[in-house]
Design a protein. Sequence first.
Length: 197
Amino acid sequence: MPEREEAERITDGRRRKGERRRRELLEAVLRVIVRDGVAAVTQRAVAKEAGVPPSAVLYYFATVDELLVAALARVNDDYIERVRALPEEPGAALRGLAELIAEAADKERAAALAEYELYLMAARRPALRAELHRWNGCLDVLALRCAGPDPAGRAAFTAAVDGLMMRTFVEEGPTDPERVHAALRRLAPGGAGGPAR
């Protein structure tokens, strides 16, 4: 194998290993947040959770803020991708959104809990606010499609989405997507052809 090809193979292998390690560390951050809250996130706690030496965390994340921003970005990326993938047709988009919100009480509970913990932390840590604005921007685009052009209607819709998401993961047991859909329909005439009956 020529030297250049060998060097590229080694570089690609290191890059993949580095990406895998970063992913493992961010998963450890989310587990610490879910179990103990954002205040418990330290480089040492994340290292222990991931089963690596503290120096491994420092290699990828120089500060706790970097860890928190990266963890929020990771969760945010997933939610934003899912919202953007909702159907163009407002009624179908609203139904898909209701299912996404209901999942916050079940299989997405850990991610939803971690995301909201990080959002609350953004009030005190400006480094986290860009990710909060990114989520709000994504939701605003959906609100325009489902709730229409009225700014007050869109504000009510986005506030309801955030509130419903938070409520689902603090309630006991699974959330019924139909109940979420009915609540959203009252605020999104573009997505339902009128209020729920």
